[in-house]
Design a protein around this ligand. Sequence first.
Ligand code: C2E
Ligand code: CA
Ligand code: CA
Length: 631
Amino acid sequence: MYDFKFQIASMAVMAIIVIAYFINEKLPLMSTKIFSAFMIVSACELFFDMATVYTINHLDSVSPMVNRLFHQFFIGSLDVAIYLLYLYVVMHTNHQKRMPLWEIGLRSVPLAIAMLMVVFAPLYYNVESKIHYSYGPMATTVYVSIAIYIVLIPAQICVHREDIAPKKKHLIYAGLGLWAALALVQLFHPTVLISSLGLTLMVILVFLSFENPKEFADNQVEALNRQAYHTVMADMIASKRRFYVVSIVIDNARYIQDVMGFAEISNILNSIIQSLRSEQKMAIYHSRSNVLSIFVEEEHILTSLEQAMNHWNEKCQRVEEAAFQPTYHMDVIECPKYASTEDDIYYLMDYMNARPGNQLVCSLDDEMYEEIKHFHAIEDLVDDAIRNDGFEVFYQPIYSNQTHTFSSAEALVRLKDSASLGYISPEVFIPIAEQKGMIKQLGNIVFEKVCRFASEQKLWELGVHYIEVNISGIQGMDRGLPETLQTYMEQYKIEPSFINLEITETAAVGAGEILQENMQKLRNYGCHFSMDDFGTGYSNLSQMVTVQFELIKLDKSLIWPAFDQEHKEAEIILDSCIQMINQLNMHIVAEGVETKEQMEALSAKGVTYLQGYYFSRPICEGHYLQYLQMH
Ligand code: C2E
Ligand code: CA
Ligand code: CA
């Protein structure tokens, strides 16, 4: 008598999973290929399981050779399936890194021995009992080999437990435990044929925990998500082949989101995805909120991507009712020529994506690569300076027309070490510090240095009324800012009114509530504020009134043209600004005063404070003290 019920149930379940797996979009990974092989071998195992049940029960009519062959396939495929599962777990936990041949060989030893036994060792058939079964050295060796892999799999997971989500880990452990239990039952009761059930169970568990297609589907647009992007990137790098990372960036995404809302970005991305897919079937990843990425292996596909984007762009231009046009650019990075690790790719990609898109297609070339390397070197330098006291604060005296003294100064940061890369202006490294999340620490270092210097030298006794300190817009949006600054002022016993914080006009206008709240807190505490670089931003005049500034600093670009004989309008604009600010009862600092003529003219126009090379360049602490004594 024989009974297929376990096998039939397993077959049915397996069929459902295979279908579910193959109709969904899969990641182009080595581990995906291994999983596909694992499923196919498992399905074969189920088939031969049933086939052997038939042949062993019909030994009178089936030739012994066919019976043995079927048993060899059945037992062999079971071992191969488990071996593939093991390789799969190894690939996963090793971030898709390819193993050297010797390592694959070593990991395959139990399988190899078992396969030799499958080919050459004898197998006996028990047809005496009610249920027929096979046994003997072949079966035993294969069971031992399977047992080894069943131990190696959790061991591999355990060693790399940090890389696997706990939920997945537990699922795999539970599955293996169950399977081991089933195998034991099989070993001691060879009449119960449940190994196939165990295998099917494993396929289900791996499918649900690792290969679930939903896990890699983006929930915002019809593409694969960031995690998929990362995983496939690791695989592409590991394969050591040449490939291109293409990113399609919506440049004005911020603006579109502000005007039209978040959903509009998704619509735009989806329409791009459609255009790309109609040109070429491929995996598209939603790698950043406004970026779609694609891995390309053949160069000609780059051209067709470019064409697809052109078509998409033309289509957008045709939609006339759109209140705005989404603008995009495409970045291409060749790997491994320019990037051989995931970090390299992310770094280059972020840099290129953030560049203003004046070129529709931007392929990374040697020149730009050097530029990025320089940027990276500056980033390292700033990082190093933060950790090793590599900053210095210079002071630029500011002349007061009221007291006719240098009653204030602006603190300007300098990098001490300029040997390696030459002088680097804060105009270069401050934006880098902002981009790379280092501005908060940098700002704190500058602020503390100013407090320490002022308190050590008792600057107020030298006729200095206050020091102006620059606050970056990003720093201003940090909720902890007021408290940090207060702590320094208390530590060095600095009167809050001795500090004047400069916020650029662009930051003051663009920043939201947090900056407003921070300013209010610091104002209540006793600090004063200047609006820096007036004339370079949107000149939001109403903002000037709501956010009270004690001082308005007129930017060089507003002042210098007014002294140019050919720019009559510039002088009108300057005069009107000065008049308006004075009427609003705020004081003016004119920046970039370089000549006596400028100094005299600006004073005559009613500017209270003057700052510029005419009086002094920014100078180090020692020179600044000397300067104060001389004047
Ligand atoms: P800023 O706040 O507008 O600073 C004034 C800049 O103009 C300084 O450049 C100063 O050296 C320069 N300057 C002053 N007088 C003249 C002049 O007569 N002619 C010319 N051509 N230039 C003059 P610097 O020191 O290179 O700083 C550049 C920018 O870097 C600053 O512009 C400021 O935005 C930023 N910065 C400097 N130090 C800090 C800091 O500690 N924190 C933050 N967040 N930003 C800083
Ligand atoms: Ca400033
Ligand atoms: Ca300025």
